[in-house]
Structures are given as C-alpha cells and as structure tokens.
Design a protein around this ligand. Structure first.
Ligand code: GLP
Length: 238
C-alpha cells in the first residue's frame, strides 16, 4: 500500500521522513537500514544526527546498506558516496564502521562485488527500512530506465542525463563516472518498508508520472507503488 504525504517545505519532508527512521530505531535498535545519497536526504540525516546526539536513538547496533556507488572512485574521492555518507551521517553518529556497507566501486571484480553485496544483505536478515530518492528520469538508486524489475545488485552504465544531473558533485576537471554499482529494483523491493523522498520543481514530472500509477520498466520508480509498505513524502512541486 502506498501512503502519500504531501508537504509544503523541504524541512517538513525531512522531519516526517526522519520520524519514520527514529521510530524504527526505537522499536528495533539493531535495524538493518537501506540508505540513499543525493541532495534530497541531507536534511533527514541532519535530524538523525541531532536525535543521536540527544540520546534518543543509537546506531551502535544498526547495520546499513547503501543503494549505490560510482565505479572507479576510491573512498577518498570527494564525489564518492562513501565520502557523502561519512560527511552527512556516519562521522557524526555512534555507528560501528564494520556495520556500514557501501558497494565498492574499485573492486577488482565488480560482478563478484555485486554478488557478495547481495549475499551480505541476505546474511544481515534483509533490509528493514529503505530510504530512497528519485532521479529526474525516474531512476531509483542507479537503476536507469529499462532496468529489469527483477534486477539484483549489478553494474550499470549511467545515462547522459544522470551524469549531467550529478556532475555538480564532482570536482572541477574530474570526469563524471560512466558506470556505477547499484542495488537492483528487486533488491529494493525486498526491503520490508520503503520511504521515498522527492522535493522541488525538478522532480515535478517524475512525481506526476508516479501518481498516474502506470507500471513500466521505462520508469523504474513505478514498480515501487506495488510495494506493500511504502511512504512517499513529496512536495514543492505545485
Ligand atoms: C543519484 C542517486 C540516487 C538519487 C538521485 C537524486 O542519482 N544515485 O539515489 O535518488 O541522485 O538525487 P537528488 O536527491 O540530488 O536529486
């Protein structure tokens, strides 16, 4: 079932999204969380950091899996999702480094890396709560239009539109990765609960399409509305 929550401000979206995560961690301190990157979840992470500082939630027993990572970027690269996650969340909360999972974009064998990532999710007992953003073209993680709904963690070639969209996160002169590792659409659908955040004019078309409810592999996010427990928090698109 889809729970749609329309909000007026970015702050409201972040607060409502964060509340779902806080509740999850209060109910199950050893939750397995699926995490996302991009500009959208930054506000939600700020609230989680604050809640952790105030002692309302702990990440001590939390295990995390990130959706995706660029191929060819080391952890030290500023544009890597490893850096993003540490700067926005992990460096500021009491999480154990060995509980953090982010696909390794410089693994010697990327296919094996994907298989092992999927196995690690399974061994952790599956994802309890997965956070998601949405790309302008409806991509989820880095599952670009045309990706099979049955896909598990895999290597993808990024579309020109996604590379342009994400170029702002790369340093000047640094080439935007052409490929990425991403959890598949099926890996995402396997999570027990999903929270999708979308805010702003840029996401207007994608959100309209999602609300139309046509399920189509050319619009990866459309599969999400078949999930039994998904909350979509969106706004700023009027
Ligand atoms: C990237 C990420 C996605 C994210 C999307 C939107 O492509 N791989 O997981 O949802 O960007 O990013 P933003 O929130 O900055 O619009």
């Amino acid at each position: 079932m889809v729970k749609w929550i329309e909000v007026n401000t970015y702050e409201e979206m972040s607060r409502i999204g964060a509340e779902i995560f806080v509740k999850q961690l209060m109910n199950k301190p050893n939750s397995v969380l699926g995490l996302a990157t991009g500009g959208t979840p930054v506000g939600l992470y700020e609230i989680l950091v604050q809640q952790n500082k105030e002692g309302n939630i702990s990440f001590k027993d939390v295990v995390t899996f990130n959706l995706d990572e660029y191929v060819g970027l080391s952890q030290q690269s500023k544009a890597s999702y490893w850096t993003y996650m540490h700067e926005n969340l992990f460096n500021h909360v009491d999480i154990e480094e060995e509980h953090i999972h982010i696909p390794n974009g410089i693994a010697e064998d990327l296919i094996i890396e994907c298989k092992e990532y999927e196995q690690a999710i399974e061994s952790a007992g599956g994802i309890d709560l997965q956070l998601l953003g949405i790309g302008v073209n409806g991509h989820i993680g880095f599952n670009e239009p045309g990706t099979s709904f049955n896909s598990l963690t895999h290597v993808v070639e990024l579309t020109e539109s996604t590379r342009t969209e994400n170029a702002i996160y790369f340093e000047e002169g640094e080439e935007v990765s052409t490929h990425a590792l991403t959890m598949g659409i099926q890996s995402i659908m396997n999570a027990k609960e999903l929270v999708l955040l979308a805010f702003g004019e840029r996401k207007l078309d994608a959100m309209k399409k999602l609300q139309e409810g046509v399920i189509d592999e050319q619009f990866p996010a459309s599969q999400l509305i078949t999930h039994p427990n998904i909350t979509i928090i969106y706004g700023g698109t009027k």
